[in-house]
Write a protein that binds this ligand. Sequence first.
Ligand code: NDP
Length: 246
Amino acid sequence: MTLEGTVALVTGASSGIGEATARALAERGARVAVAARRKDRLDALAGDIGGLAIEADVTQRDQATAAVETTAAELGRLDIVINNAGVMLLGPIVDAPVEEWDRMIDLNVKGLMYVAHAALPHLIRAAEQEPRRVADLINVSSVAGRRVGVGGGIYQSTKHAVGVFSEALRQEVTERHVRVGLMEPGAVATELTHHLRPEVRDALSTAGSDYPILQSEDIADAIAYMVTRPRHMGINELLVRPTEQV
Ligand code: NDP
């Protein structure tokens, strides 16, 4: 399926997977709104792809809603939402700075839910209309949404929550032709690790692997695959790891 005639919103599009996904959807014909906090980066990206830059902190419910409403108002409809903004602050639970937990829960869980809530009426409407008569909400989880291990307790909790939310919502709206898909990347080279505390980053880098990890474009390509399937075919869940990641 081409995405000609469709409108997409990508959150967390100022870097990494979100930026690459915005480019991939635009290449396939969608008009794309890109949302995040770093407006300079969004403006550059929107200039490249002929898209719409929206400055938004999606942890704030009014800003999450405004990002959705601005997209629909400026671009005329909303067919595809890539709910991608996220933060990963790894570390032990004991003696953790609880502020980091708040940041992860506020963005990875609540921000994602706010965007979904605001977008659903538009997606349901789009699914009744040409050109596709189907709509897509892709929630970006992680391999961390399937696994449990030391050092990732809160991040993994947020990504497990994304999985539960997505499956419950899928059951609720799938008969209305809104496809809720879960994208679960393994290790991807992005800015995600830049926000770790130095001691956590050092511990991770010494435990690091020497195999090639994924690029943002690999995940963007997989997301583009999900949203270009024919109307009768829903990709509910897609786990994509670097081949050598155990
Ligand atoms: P990046 O750090 O490159 O991207 C994160 C994006 O989220 C940025 O565009 C950032 O923009 C945005 N963001 C952060 N806070 C907010 C906020 N409050 N409101 C709106 N946007 C915000 O990392 P990735 O591209 O790797 O991460 C994208 C998603 O992929 C995340 O959900 C992550 O958990 C997931 N993921 C990543 C993996 C990896 O190995 N990289 C593996 C598995 C999953 P800005 O700061 O401008 O607001």
